[in-house]
Design a protein around this ligand. Structure first.
Ligand code: NAP
Length: 286
């Protein structure tokens, strides 16, 4: 089975490396070609494609991890032009359920199957092959690509039909907004009391308030380091999707709405490419 990967960003790079480690990766494509060339040189047995349509023509499974809805639709349109009937496309970006459904319709017309497969676990999960993958699509298609997904993950949950993986990821993003609010506010509260931050984080992380974000980002944010990680502008994009979903479902998500407003302040101040933990800047007044 020939497997290709499109989108070698913060997430895609680690995911592609884990596929290669499992002996599953044949080709890579990245919009900025130098990244694909560098990875192909590092992995030796993988081809860097300069042309996305050529990669699509050569592969049986195409994985995509790009930024936003319009990017996924542009990439899927390019793949649809040349992919063979029977190819499976797996989109691992975070986008709306509607975009996943549009992608599936576009590809189905060419005899190409699609699953939405957004991930959680951060750059660390991508690098370590321990992502949680949320699947929308039919079970037979998932069975075909399961060995590929297993090389990148520790958990694969088939939620339901096309779009339901992305709907589940939206739940994850609403929860991440609340956790970001709780952790950044609490650590700014600690800093304002001039407490020794490393000790506070170690103590709190071992108890009932412990969580992934505190473990991975607590000490970096309080020492003023905000390298992504997960770019704040990308979480903002996700929360705007969640806001529309919440309006349609007539449910209130006030922590997410507050987070959108605060991210917009940070983006206006030039911090959009920083990690989401840069919310600490606002809470601590720095
Ligand atoms: P990133 O570092 O900004 O990388 C984005 C990748 O997508 C780059 O390779 C970029 O190519 C490519 N791309 C963007 N638009 C494209 C287009 N129109 N055509 C072709 N390629 C395009 O982002 P990331 O952090 O890896 O995130 C990727 C996706 O995973 C996003 O949907 C994000 O929400 C989701 N996600 C991220 C995390 C995280 O912790 N970072 C966790 C879970 C899910 P260039 O190199 O040319 O810019």
């Amino acid at each position: 089975m020939q497997v290709g990967f499109i989108g070698l960003g913060a997430m895609g790079l680690g995911m592609a490396r884990n596929l290669a480690k499992a002996g599953l990766l044949a080709g890579v494509y990245n919009r900025t070609a130098a990244k694909a060339q560098a990875l192909a040189a590092e992995l030796a047995v993988v081809t860097a494609y300069a042309d996305i349509t050529k990669l699509a023509a050569d592969m049986d499974v195409v994985l995509t991890c790009v930024s936003a809805d319009s990017d996924v639709l542009a990439v899927v349109a390019a793949i649809a032009g040349t992919a063979k009937a029977g190819t499976v496309v797996v989109d691992m970006s975070t986008v709306s359920s509607g975009t996943a459904q549009q992608a599936a319709v576009l590809l189905r017309a060419k005899g190409v199957a699609f699953v939405d497969a957004p991930v959680s676990g951060g750059v660390e999960g991508a690098n370590n092959g321990t992502l949680s993958i949320m699947i929308g699509g039919d079970a037979d298609t998932l069975d075909k690509v399961r060995p590929v997904l297993e090389a990148m993950s520790s958990r694969i949950i088939h939620v339901g039909p096309t779009g339901s993986g992305q709907a589940t990821k939206a739940v994850n993003q609403v929860m991440c907004a609340g956790i970001n609010q709780a952790v950044t506010e609490a650590l700014a509260f600690a800093a304002a009391q001039n407490l020794p931050m490393e000790k506070v984080i170690d103590a709190v992380a071992g108890g009932a308030a412990g969580n992934w974000f505190l473990d991975k980002r607590g000490k970096t944010m309080t020492s003023g380091t905000f390298a992504p990680g997960f770019k704040l502008a990308l979480h903002h994009k996700d929360l705007k999707i969640c806001q529309r979903m919440a309006e349609n479902a007539q449910v209130a998500i006030p922590l997410s709405v507050m987070t959108i407003t605060e991210y917009e302040q940070l983006m206006a101040a030039g911090h959009g490419d920083e990690d989401i933990s840069a919310l600490f800047r606002l809470k601590s007044g720095h």
